[in-house]
Design a protein around this ligand. Structure first.
Ligand SMILES: Nc1ncnc2c1ncn2[C@@H]1O[C@H](COP(=O)(O)OP(=O)(O)OP(=O)(O)O)[C@@H](O)[C@H]1O
Ligand SMILES: [Mg+2]
Length: 313
């Protein structure tokens, strides 16, 4: 059950998720991991965040999930301040965080029963099976986590988050342990689900190609301590992009080079131009020479809807 608090949201606050001046300090004698992080995410958007190891990505995701408390700042989701976990937000953890004493089926059933307490055994069973099939784990339903490979455990974590069909998915490197083929299949399933349900996705990845394929915005996080969201890259590739062909579009290289350049060179820079709690600028590599125009609902997102994945016949 949600413990979120209803707040009066200023009329000017855009977005389904609004993160306002978020700061996290784990120890008083140490500088904050990140400071004054502000951004918005619109409903149905697929946003990836990229940054070096240790900059604070998982911490931000855990604050969005309501599992970690920020030192200061707020996170508002659909006019309510996030102040605890909720079934409205499904999380795939960086470590899969399965219950080791439960089978695959029982780990997933636990989530379904929380969401649908009145469902019969049969309804729960059928619903679970749909998601077990989706992640390719049929035949392993009765196994316990210790009997699974790392990638299989990760897939149980994915099924467990998707099965409750939350309004928002918070994915912490969800495909990191998967082989390329399985990763591609589950990425396509994810896209089909979120484009059908208009779920909002916040995903951490270290894979720039994955970010370009999946997301319509990519947030670039500078190195910590005092990390910031340096800028938000708008994915200007067409919505019908496909993993096999997107590299034929010259725009793909402009976006990719921009992301890699940030990781290799610019992530160490502190953006002194950024106001203390300002929303990061939006950039469209190759289209505006790196010049952004401020975030907000009215920002023109050119061709970048979540990619359309062709249905399998
Ligand atoms: N519970 C904790 N107590 C103290 N410090 C912590 C705690 N959790 C994380 N940190 C520190 O906060 C920083 C950010 O950690 P976080 O896990 O958010 O990084 P990350 O960007 O997700 O890294 P990675 O890409 O390696 O997963 C790190 O320096 C880490 O040591
Ligand atoms: Mg992490």
């Amino acid at each position: 059950m949600s413990t979120d608090t209803c707040v009066t949201q200023p009329a000017s606050t855009p977005g389904f998720i609004s993160v306002e001046a978020l700061t996290k300090r784990y120890r008083p004698d140490m500088p904050p991991v990140f400071e004054n992080v502000s951004f918005t995410i619109g409903q149905g958007e697929f946003v990836c965040i990229i940054g070096h190891s240790g900059c604070g990505k998982s911490t931000i995701l855990n604050v969005l999930a309501g599992l970690e408390e920020a030192t200061s700042g707020h996170v508002i989701m659909a006019n309510r301040e996030i102040s605890g976990p909720s079934l409205d937000r499904g999380v795939v953890f960086q470590g899969h965080a399965l219950m080791p004493w439960l089978t695959v089926q029982a780990n997933i059933a636990f989530a379904v029963r929380s969401r649908h307490p009145k469902w019969t055994r049969e309804q729960i069973g059928a619903h679970i099976q749909r998601f077990v099939d989706m992640v390719g784990l049929n035949g392993s339903e009765k196994k316990k986590p210790s009997e699974l490979s790392g990638g299989m455990r990760q897939r149980v974590g994915i099924a467990r988050a998707f099965v409750v069909e939350p309004k928002m998915l918070l994915l912490d490197e969800p495909f990191g342990a998967l082989d390329a083929l399985t990763r591609g299949v589950i990425q396509d399933e994810l896209l089909k689900i979120v484009s059908a349900t208009r779920q909002t996705v916040f995903m951490i990845t270290h894979d720039v190609d994955e970010a370009i394929l999946l997301s319509n915005k990519i947030m670039l996080m500078s190195n910590g301590p005092r990390a910031r969201i340096a800028e938000i890259v708008v994915n200007t590739l067409p919505a019908d992009r496909q993993r096999e062909t997107m590299h034929h579009d010259p725009q793909y290289y402009r976006i990719r080079n921009h992301l890699v350049d940030f990781l290799v060179r610019r992530s160490r820079e502190t953006d002194r131009d950024l106001e203390s709690s300002a929303t990061p600028r939006l950039v469209r590599p190759g289209l505006d020479d790196g010049e952004g125009e401020g975030d907000g609902e009215g920002a023109a997102v050119v061709r970048n809807a979540i990619p359309i994945i062709k249905a399998v016949a």
